[in-house]
Design a protein around this ligand. Structure first.
Ligand code: FES
Length: 139
């Protein structure tokens, strides 16, 4: 007989979990999704379903979005938050994104509050879902 407490042991639950202890409830099978729309100057908008909590830069590069200007393509820091070339403008859904990091506060000082560094921005917190719209290369 298998344990009924999802611990994958081959013994009954009473043997696996003496004293009535049970395992925590399993997490949801799927992570919440953020619907991300990316507006570019070069072409049509791109719609991406993002797992809540993913890094915006990683998502954009995986989808082959042209994130960087020519200067950024040459000198970007690879996501370390030190070059300031991965700027996007958040047009909707700012409340679903992570707070500005220390690197962003430094690099984006004096810039519009809607600008973010894609490499420092988490899309969602792992539990939330909704819609976010960003535009690339606002500078
Ligand atoms: S890639 Fe350099 S700051 Fe984002």
């Amino acid at each position: 007989m298998k344990c009924t407490q999802l611990c994958a042991r081959r013994s009954p639950a009473a043997a696996c979990h003496p004293r009535g202890r049970t395992l925590p409830a399993p997490r949801a099978a799927s992570t919440p999704t953020i619907q991300l729309t990316v507006q570019t100057k070069e072409g049509p908008s791109v719609n991406i379903a993002v797992e809540s909590g993913d890094i915006l830069r990683t998502v954009l590069l995986a989808e082959k979005v042209d994130l960087y200007t020519t200067w950024g393509k040459v000198w970007q820091c690879g996501g370390g938050g030190s070059c300031g070339t991965c700027i996007v403008e958040v047009r909707e859904g700012m409340e679903l994104l992570s707070e500005r990091s220390a690197a962003e506060k430094k690099k984006l000082a004096g810039k519009p509050a809607t600008w973010r560094l894609a490499c420092q921005t988490l899309v969602g917190d792992g539990d939330n879902s909704g819609a976010v719209v960003v535009a690339t290369k606002p500078q």
